[in-house]
Design a binder for this molecule. Structure first.
Ligand code: C5P
Length: 397
């Protein structure tokens, strides 16, 4: 069930650390690759060699350890993660993560990690109810971290209260539900556009935009994992096609439209996550344009609007657009939905460094044509994709 997934498990110095051995063991039995990072205090409770044996991978504790079997740079582990689990999470590590402190391998890795994160707090009940801890947990929740609430019961100190780490089975169930959604979109055919386009000026030059395709590819991956048939029409990007999608690579906006038209009749849903160029040079020079000292002037024509074209023959398909805006997000999105005959628009604000073009996380508003809207994120683009698909599903009913 988890084969192909890498779970990075951060173990901190809570007395429940021994239960994480069982979590690691179960994750491995489900096929996950597990890489364990421990804090110094966790190593006082459970020996790293035990986690090393159970995870079948070296355990990292210190920032400057000599690499053994793989690149122990914090960034490499952070990038390998499909999910970063902190289990148990002490009040200390929760405070550090929320406040941006990265003073050991675990906290540095999680800061460099853009994948989903699951925090399992476990501590004395007075510590857990401390408003400082609650504020930090709420802050993390708002930043898109998953928090698995501790259970009530008898704590290690002998006291009774809320703060006990849930049993390994519940923790693993939570990991699975984040990584492996139900195949609830089986039977649905979804056409997704992604990435920028290139409009050529001459054989060596083009105009384009900074879209990386990450949002469209995250949508394609999420829809495929949920069982949909996915047609991904992509401009030039540096991403690998997600497993199981039917990929068509194109360069220009006209080619993107042509490819979409091929798949359109049989598609139930279209999501336009691409940033197709709106203008193309009136003529493409057959030869490289030479410098003459006088500069050049180019005349541009408008390219076809893909979603608008498809929206004219909508029937009972669901059409979803994106809108990158610098101001009046909702008003502009409503207008776009009406002009292009869309069911809803995912609007985001561009010009902020932590979202939009190129970034791994995003904040979007799902804007309906009647102006009602709901904000999603900040969250990894994969989770934003899941929420967009949930909205599509709710419209289909
Ligand atoms: O009108 P604007 O370009 O802001 O609209 C953005 C939305 O329209 C996106 O969903 C984008 O994929 C789509 N679009 C399109 N064809 C174009 C330009 C944008 O389908 N030529």
């Amino acid at each position: 069930m988890l084969s192909g997934f890498t779970v990075v498990v951060g173990v901190t110095g809570g007395i429940a650390a021994y239960k994480t051995l069982e979590v690691v063991s179960r994750l491995r039995k489900l096929g996950a690759e597990v890489r364990v990072i421990m804090t110094e205090s966790a190593t006082r409770l459970v020996a790293p060699i035990t986690f090393q044996t159970i995870s079948n991978n070296p355990v990292v504790v210190h920032m400057f350890e000599e690499p053994k079997r793989w690149n122990v740079e914090h960034v490499a582990l952070a990038e390998a993660a499909d999910l970063f689990l902190v289990c148990p999470a002490t009040a200390n590590v929760i405070g550090k993560i929320y406040n941006g402190i990265a003073d050991d391998f675990l906290t540095t890795s999680i800061m460099a990690c853009t994948a989903s994160k699951l925090i399992c707090p476990a501590m004395n009940h007075n510590m857990y109810h401390n408003p400082v801890v609650q504020r930090n947990l709420e802050g993390l929740r708002q930043l898109g971290y998953h928090i698995l609430e501790p259970e009530s019961g008898r704590l290690a100190s002998g006291a009774t209260g809320k703060g006990r780490l849930p049993d390994p089975e519940s923790i693993v169930r939570e990991v699975v539900s984040i990584l492996v959604p139900e195949r609830d979109l089986e039977g649905l055919k979804i056409l997704i556009t992604a990435g920028p386009t290139r409009e050529w000026i001459d054989p060596v030059r083009y105009i384009s935009n900074p879209s990386t395709g990450k949002m469209g590819y995250a949508l394609a991956a999420a829809a495929a994992r949920r069982g949909a048939t996915v047609y991904l029409v992509s401009g030039p990007v540096a991403l690998e096609a997600p497993a199981g999608v039917i990929l068509r690579k194109v360069e220009t906006t006209q080619q993107m439209l042509d490819a979409c038209l091929e798949f359109y009749t049989e598609s139930d849903v279209v999501i336009g996550a691409a940033a197709p160029g709106d203008f193309h040079p009136e003529r493409i020079s057959g030869q490289k344009i030479k410098k003459s000292g006088a500069g050049i002037q180019l005349t541009f024509r408008e390219t076809p609007d893909i979603l608008k074209t498809l929206g004219q023959d909508k029937a009972n398909k669901i059409l979803v657009g994106f809108a990158a805006e610098t101001e009046n997000i909702v008003e502009n999105a409503v207008q776009k939905a009406k002009q292009k005959n869309l069911d809803f628009v995912c609007a985001n604000q561009v010009g902020l460094s932590d979202r939009g073009f190129g970034s791994d996380s995003n904040v979007i508003s799902i804007v309906m044509p009647d102006g009602s809207h709901r904000e999603i994120g900040p969250a990894p683009k994969y989770e934003i994709a899941m929420a967009i698909l949930d909205k599509v599903k709710s419209i289909i009913g």
